[in-house]
Design a protein around this ligand. Sequence first.
Ligand code: HEC
Length: 135
Amino acid sequence: MKKILFVFTSAAFFAACGGGDKKESAENKTEPAKTETAAPDKSQDPDYQKGLAIVAEPKNLCLTCHKIDEKLVGPAYRDVANKYELNDENVNKLAEKVVKGGSGVWGEVAMPANTVISPEDAKAAVRYVLMLRNK
Ligand code: HEC
């Protein structure tokens, strides 16, 4: 009943500010709101693309131990993303671990220190990883 009332009052409202045209454009405008719960597509984000390029760079070796959705030597990137929120604190912490190496969070296997990646690239790579969150 509330919904019907809302539709009625908003229709009346748009009708009040004049003409069928306006009502139609208002309807079009409200359309995307229904799909708002779907995860936004982050793959077009420049940070995502930059980080992906670093992760995919063969000399960085990330993809020899990590896959997006499956555990390999290291945890699936999707699992990492679902564990840590994307914020500066987590990006800095995880980027430091990527550079220095470390263990104990996902199991017995350690991630070795990465001697070729710059701290800035490590941050960009981690930022991309954390954008894979889907939960
Ligand atoms: C030799 C294999 C190996 C390589 C190469 C590697 N990783 Fe890892 N990575 C691991 C392992 C093993 C873990 C789990 C460590 C743990 O349990 O604390 C891990 C964990 C991580 C984590 C989560 C850390 C945490 O504390 O939760 C991130 C983020 C990560 N790796 C990113 C990267 C990136 C980015 C690269 C490339 C620059 C990379 N890894 C290269 C093996 C690797």
